[in-house]
Design a protein around this ligand. Structure first.
Ligand code: AMP
Ligand code: MN
Ligand code: MN
Length: 348
């Protein structure tokens, strides 16, 4: 079965003027001592951290004093992002305000991506959601969800503009990391003229893009380089999968990470060499998160809507980049992906 290609007609629209006004009012009404909790999705990537920390710095410029930022799970920031401005806003999730006056969520498509922090949606005075996933479930109170935005930081930058907060070099560094991560260094389909216009504004604050790219894309420990070699060496190509469009996949276990003495986040970049495979439209990396639990990354070169596969298996994402958490054995998880792929092939 094929499904219709995503077009202007079936992608939900972005925030309305009323949504923007509600978000601006929710922030403007806060006294300087209001408790504001910023949260982003589990296993935060450049967009989750960059949009959250950049926006947090913007709120600080507005005079808000009681700001916390956090994410579910262990409070470790992946090494490539350990230089970001605004890291001083971070607290471990256990230390986060239990009932903040305002909760702001970044880059999370559903409550499940917020782990134990999802309870704040009920306890906060108000909950504002900034996101760009077409699969966003509509959780939270005030929605700034723009499925046409290349990154959540695009939404965050517009909200800071509407609040009258100027972009300084620190905020810009955070947003630039977010924007370059989610556009794959301005290579992906979402790289519109507006993306380059925002990038130009960010760079004009004095950022050094070469240095930033080297830190976030082109630096990894030698152990990770060798682990990638092993995982790439056992990649499988299945030309008949996805209605003949082809699937390429590989995996990495906790044991692999232990043997090469690497933290899990180094595997976030493993999908990039895998998705180069010319003979497969769909690529997949299955990363063990715990015994019987796998974090799955899916990419398409254009012929398959991998967000359909991810949503069907309990996750989410975008048409060409999506993911989910799989349970059971590696073989079971890959079997479920194969089964969903045939129904996710887009009409030519
Ligand atoms: P990744 O493969 O982790 O880089 O993620 C690709 C896209 O899929 C991103 O937009 C993620 O937000 C989304 N995604 C990844 N894992 C999940 C999940 N378990 N649930 C929902 N969305 C996910
Ligand atoms: Mn993300
Ligand atoms: Mn994002």
């Amino acid at each position: 079965m094929t499904v219709a290609a995503e077009g202007a007609d079936d992608t939900p629209g972005g925030p309305t003027e009323a949504d923007w006004a509600a978000a601006v009012a929710a922030i403007r009404r806060l006294p300087a001592d209001a408790r504001v909790l910023l949260i982003c999705h589990v296993n935060p990537d450049g967009d989750a951290l960059g949009s959250m920390l950049g926006f947090g710095l913007g709120l600080r410029r507005l005079g808000l004093r009681r700001l916390q930022a956090t994410f579910p799970g262990p409070p470790e920031v992946p090494e490539p992002f350990r230089w970001l401005p605004g890291l001083d806003l971070l607290v471990p999730q256990d230390a986060a305000y239990p009932d903040p006056d305002l909760l702001i969520c970044f880059d999370a498509s559903s409550e499940s991506r917020l782990g134990d922090l999802a309870d704040r949606l009920g306890s906060a005075g108000a909950a504002l959601v900034l996101d760009h996933h077409p699969s966003n479930t509509g959780f939270g109170g005030i929605h700034l969800v723009d499925p046409h935005a290349a990154a959540t930081s695009v939404v965050a930058a517009e909200l800071l503009d509407r609040l009258g907060v100027p972009l300084d070099a620190e905020i810009a560094a955070c947003f630039y990391v977010a924007l370059s991560t989610d556009t794959g260094s301005f290579r992906f389909e979402a790289t519109t003229p507006a993306v380059h216009e925002l990038a130009a504004r960010l760079l004009a604050t004095g950022l050094r893009p070469g240095e930033i790219s080297q830190r976030i894309f082109d630096t990894r420990p030698f152990g990770a380089v060798r682990l990638f070699g092993e995982a790439l060496g056992r990649a499988r190509l299945e030309p008949g999968a996805a209605g003949g469009r082809g699937l390429v996949w590989t995996y990495a276990t906790l044991d692999d990470l232990a043997r090469y003495d690497q933290p899990p986040h180094v595997l976030d970049a493993l999908i990039d060499p895998v998705r180069c495979t010319a003979e497969a439209d769909v690529s997949c990396v299955v990363k063990q998160a715990a015994v019987g639990e796998w974090s799955v990354s899916l990419r398409s070169r254009g012929a398959v809507d991998v967000s359909r596969v991810a949503v069907a298996l309990g996750g989410g994402g975008h048409r060409l980049a999506a993911g989910f958490t799989g349970r059971g054995s590696l073989a079971e998880v890959v079997d479920r992906i194969r089964a969903e792929l045939d129904g996710a092939v887009l009409a030519a």
